[in-house]
Design a protein around this ligand. Structure first.
Ligand code: NZQ
Ligand code: ZN
Length: 388
């Protein structure tokens, strides 16, 4: 196992009724709260009324910051920071999914920083030597795991770059996670969010070291859990057990626990983020198109792990197969699962234009943790293979 330092500052309150039980206490010290949310799903499913009711009962001043779009933009971050400054907000409460949480992490930084946060913290790694505005989150959709890390993925539309950084100081102070809040998530989003969870785990699992390490064992259990519970939730969207497991799988995949001692790849994320910057595609859908094709490019360099994946995650028996055949059977099982759950399999379906592929490929970051170091030429090959 590689050396590591582990810290996770977010306190999680998980389970049915947790918002009603804990929100008032968690916001006790705040006078003015920036209530941040997305396109309005929380107004339709009753979450808004529940949250606002609790805050109003305690006499809080609420400043609304709404309309946070999927794939939040740097411009939206600046809008939130302006509101927070103008109203002397002393806490941000983000109610939503990865987009709302990520946008609010960036707002919490920008509200307390006079410079350009894109240039100083996203374009390159920066040093946060001041206290960002305190942030608490109420999670309404499982997928990104943003509730328990300092990662914030922001799209700079002007520069056509979508990128994230993980600053421990941006971990939310608390995360309220009620699985029943996810019952109303549209089926397509539930599926793409669940694939995002699977992707986070695979991006970590398929990286060195390959020697016996507890992170790989945990990840195999998590991957099986996502696959099993997603199948159940597709049939029964209000199955509390399945939704609870998916919600916690999502956190476990991105709360840094499984990354300990691992190099981590995240090349599929690098590629998807740039596809997103050009097409504004759904994050989980973009990942679903890329993963099987990318893995067919790299499996030979990580053969023992791909064999383990086939056996331990998909339960494929060796039955006289060579290592290479077994590894490919595991990748095929992943591709079949993507089809089974109805995710897209081509970049064309995501709205990418063939003539743009080279420009997008050239703009992708190159991971240092991949079993096989990519080149921009090979990324273009991958894009072309899954174009249509
Ligand atoms: O905007 P509203 O109206 O709320 O609707 C949202 C949105 O349309 C809807 N939704 C959320 N909760 C709902 C609901 N609809 C009904 N009932 C509910 N309870 O779901 C849609 C998607 O929401 P969004 O927040 O965009 O999805 P997700 O959580 O997948 O976040 C995606 C963003 O997170 C980034 C992605 O790149 C993308 O920008 N990521 C963040 C990461 C991190 N911070 O650690 C890691 C990830 O790899 C990822 O890159
Ligand atoms: Zn992701």
């Amino acid at each position: 196992m590689n050396n590591f330092i582990f810290q996770n500052a977010t306190k999680v309150y998980f389970g049915r009724g947790c918002v009603k039980e804990y929100l008032a206490c968690l916001t006790k010290k705040a006078k003015t709260i920036l209530l941040a949310y997305g396109g309005g799903s929380i107004r339709r499913n009753g979450i808004y009324d529940e949250v606002v009711g609790i805050l109003q009962e305690k006499g809080k001043t609420i400043v609304e910051f709404s309309g946070i779009m999927s794939n939040p933009t740097y411009q939206k971050v600046q809008e939130g920071a302006k509101l927070a400054r103008e109203h002397h907000v002393d806490m941000i409460l983000a109610v939503g999914g990865g987009s709302t949480m990520d946008c609010c992490k960036a707002v919490s930084l920008a509200a307390r920083y006079s410079g350009d946060i894109w240039e100083d913290f996203w374009a390159r790694p920066g040093v946060i030597d001041f206290e960002p505005l305190p942030l608490g989150v109420i999670v309404t959709v499982a997928g990104t795991g943003s509730e328990c890390n300092g990662g914030a993925v922001i799209t700079n539309e002007e520069k056509r770059v979508k990128t994230g950084r993980d600053y421990p100081q941006l971990n939310p102070r608390f995360a309220l996670m009620d699985p029943t809040y996810t019952f109303s998530v549209p089926k397509g989003q539930m599926i793409s969010g669940s694939f995002d969870i699977l992707s986070h785990i695979m991006e970590t699992y398929f990286s060195e070291p390959n020697e016996d390490n507890v992170s790989d064992d945990i990840m195999e259990a998590l991957m099986r859990s996502v696959i099993r519970n997603l199948r159940i939730a597709i049939q029964a969207p209000e199955d509390y057990t399945a939704r609870s497991n998916l919600m916690w799988d999502s956190t476990m995949a991105e709360n840094r626990v499984i990354k300990m001692g691992k190099k981590c790849d995240f090349e599929c994320h690098n590629m998807e983020h740039q596809l997103g910057a050009y097409t504004n595609c759904n994050h989980g859908c973009g990942l679903a198109v890329l993963h099987p094709v990318y893995y067919r490019h790299i499996y030979r360099e990580g053969l023992p792990k791909f064999v383990r994946f086939a056996e331990h995650v998909w339960g494929i028996a060796r039955d006289g197969k060579t290592d290479e055949e077994l590894a490919l059977a595991g990748i095929n099982a992943l591709a079949n699962f993507i089809k089974e759950i109805g995710l897209p399999t081509t970049l064309k379906e995501l709205g990418a234009k063939r003539e743009q592929l080279k420009e997008i490929a050239d703009s992708c970051g190159i991971s240092q943790g991949s079993y096989k170091a990519m080149t921009h030429e090979e990324i273009l090959e991958i894009f072309q293979e899954c174009y249509e």
